[in-house]
Design a protein around this ligand. Structure first.
Ligand code: HSE
Length: 308
């Protein structure tokens, strides 16, 4: 029997996750976007956006409906009409994969409606949503949001993703009250990097994958460094060094930039509340900026909550 409507949840993610620029991602347990889709008259696409965050309400400009339309095309089901409701659970432009959460949610909801099981196809449609926002079809956020856990995009063209179940850990996320566009944060990166920076990242990334496989929380924290993007991007995030230092002093195992920022995240085994407070205070005293923060843990990825 054909399905008429579906509802999914799709989570925030931390892309790059230290040394894995455009490759690593960690799926978070919360916050999530809630996206529902229902069949409508052929050729008709209607989008409703709810929640307190502002995102485009034009179907061709919103990553959820855009990714759903791209999935319809990939399935050669041209002309399928639908009504989509997006309840945004996270702030766009904050660095925690807001556009990816919507892209994956939109593509997964449509896949549920069409009976599509091929995760590679869902991932591709979701990555097109990322391209809409950043100009580049990067897969790190969408892979983590779709598959859950820790993911590494090992071959973007072949859509080859490895997934590792992370150990239990606390993730503290601090979101300074500024917005950074991924497109701008990519534009400031150098086109070429020094060989010793490349080697350092390669070493850290190898260590990170091994630490994830061994489920060694302390080692994971120790590899949370980067020479390819953070040194350039931290200029867009006032107070980054002060926040990082205060997080480490308060007991964090590692602190880095989430995706293209401005969110800064810390990993911990315990004391997440204390670390969050220390980071919030450090940001405020170094810059006068306000912020929002939360504590979460690794999550299992986007889910179809209902289908009928
Ligand atoms: N890997 C992407 C970047 C993630 O750092 O530009 C954006 O959220």
């Amino acid at each position: 029997m054909r399905s008429e409507k579906a509802m999914v949840t799709s989570p925030a993610t931390i892309a790059n996750f230290g040394p894995g620029f455009d490759s690593f991602g960690l799926c978070l347990d919360s916050p999530v976007d809630r996206i529902s889709v229902r069949r409508a008259a052929k050729g008709r696409v209607v989008l409703r956006v709810t929640g307190k965050y502002e995102v485009p309400s034009v179907p061709e400009e919103n990553t959820a409906s855009y990714a759903a339309m791209r999935l319809v095309e990939l399935c050669d089901d041209g002309g399928l009409g639908f009504t989509m409701t997006v309840r945004k659970g996270m702030k766009p432009g904050s660095g925690i994969g807001s556009s990816a959460a919507s892209s994956v949610g939109g593509a997964l909801a449509m896949a549920a409606l069409l009976g599509v099981k091929d995760k590679g196809m869902i991932l591709e449609a979701a990555a097109m949503g990322e391209e809409l926002i950043s100009g580049v079809r990067h897969y790190d956020n969408v892979a983590a949001a779709l598959h859950g856990g820790f993911t590494a995009v090992v071959d973007a063209e072949a859509r080859k993703i490895i997934k590792i179940k992370p150990p239990e850990l606390q993730v503290v996320v601090l979101m300074p009250d500024i917005s950074v566009k991924t497109r701008d944060a990519r534009a400031i990166l150098p086109k070429k990097v020094a060989i010793d920076d490349a080697v350092r990242n390669l070493s850290l990334a190898s260590g990170m994958v091994h630490a994830m496989m061994r489920r060694d929380v302390r080692a994971i924290g120790s590899y949370l460094e980067d020479r390819l993007s953070v040194p350039y991007r931290k200029k867009l995030v006032p107070g980054f060094d002060a926040v990082r230092e205060s997080g480490l002093e308060a007991g964090a195992l590692g602190v880095s930039l989430a995706g293209s920022g401005p969110a800064i995240f810390a990993l911990a085994e315990r004391d997440a509340g204390r670390i969050k407070l220390a980071m919030t205070r450090a940001l405020s005293s170094a810059t006068g900026l306000e912020s929002k923060s939360f504590v979460t843990k690794p999550g299992g990825g986007a889910r179809v909550e209902s289908i009928s």
